[in-house]
Design a protein around this ligand. Structure first.
Ligand code: URA
Length: 174
C-alpha cells in the first residue's frame, strides 16, 4: 500500500537524484531518468541505462526496446502502468549507449538501493546483463541464469525473489 510518507520519500529521492553529479555521465545527460509505472506494484523491473529516447523523454523504456518490452509484458498479461514499477540500474545515458563502467554502476547504486527499499517489491526482474551485474554483482552468465527465480540475499534483497531476463535490445539484435 502506498502511503503519504512513501510518496514524500520517492519525491525526495527524485529531487535529489535530479541534481546528481556523482559520476561523469551527469555531464552528457539531457535529464536523469528515474522511473515509470506503479510504485505500489509488487513487481520491480530493473533495466540497464537510458538510451537516446529515454534521455529525451525522461522515462525508462520508451524507445524501441521499450516498445518490445511493453509487448512482451502484455503477452504475459501484465499492464506496464499498473502491474510494475520500472527503473534502470543506471539513471543517466552513457555516451553512444556504451556499457556503463564499474565506477558508474557503483556511483549510481545508492539511488537504485533507495528505490528498491521504498518500493519494497516482492519480485524483481533483472533485465539484461548490466542489471544483473548492478544488483547481484554477477558478471556474465545471463543466458544461463535467465528465466529462473532466485532468492535475494542481504539486508536489501532478502525476502524478495529475483529473476534475470534477456534484455529486449538483445532480442531485437538477434
Ligand atoms: N534499455 C534499458 O535498459 N533501459 C531503458 O530505459 C531503455 C533501454
Amino acid at each position: 500500500m502506498l502511503h503519504d510518507g512513501m510518496m514524500e520519500s520517492l519525491e525526495l529521492l527524485e529531487t535529489e537524484c535530479r541534481q546528481c553529479q556523482r559520476c561523469p555521465l551527469a555531464q552528457g545527460r539531457t535529464q536523469v531518468v528515474l522511473a515509470r509505472g506503479n510504485p505500489s506494484a509488487q513487481l520491480l523491473l530493473i533495466g540497464e541505462a537510458p538510451g537516446a529516447e529515454e534521455d529525451r523523454q525522461g522515462l525508462p523504456f520508451v524507445g524501441r526496446s521499450g516498445q518490445l518490452l511493453d509487448h512482451l509484458l502484455a503477452e504475459a498479461g501484465l499492464d506496464r502502468d499498473r502491474d510494475l514499477y520500472i527503473v534502470n540500474g543506471i539513471k543517466c545515458r552513457p555516451p553512444q549507449n556504451r556499457r556503463p563502467t564499474h565506477a558508474e554502476m557503483a556511483a549510481c547504486r545508492p539511488w537504485l538501493e533507495r528505490q528498491i527499499a521504498l518500493v519494497d517489491p516482492a519480485m524483481i526482474l533483472l533485465v539484461g546483463a548490466t542489471a544483473l551485474q548492478a544488483v547481484l554483482g554477477v558478471k556474465g552468465g545471463i543466458t544461463r541464469l535467465r528465466g529462473q527465480w532466485r532468492p535475494g540475499e542481504g539486508l536489501l534483497l532478502a525476502g524478495r525473489a529475483l529473476m534475470p531476463l534477456l534484455h529486449p535490445s538483445y532480442l531485437l539484435r538477434n
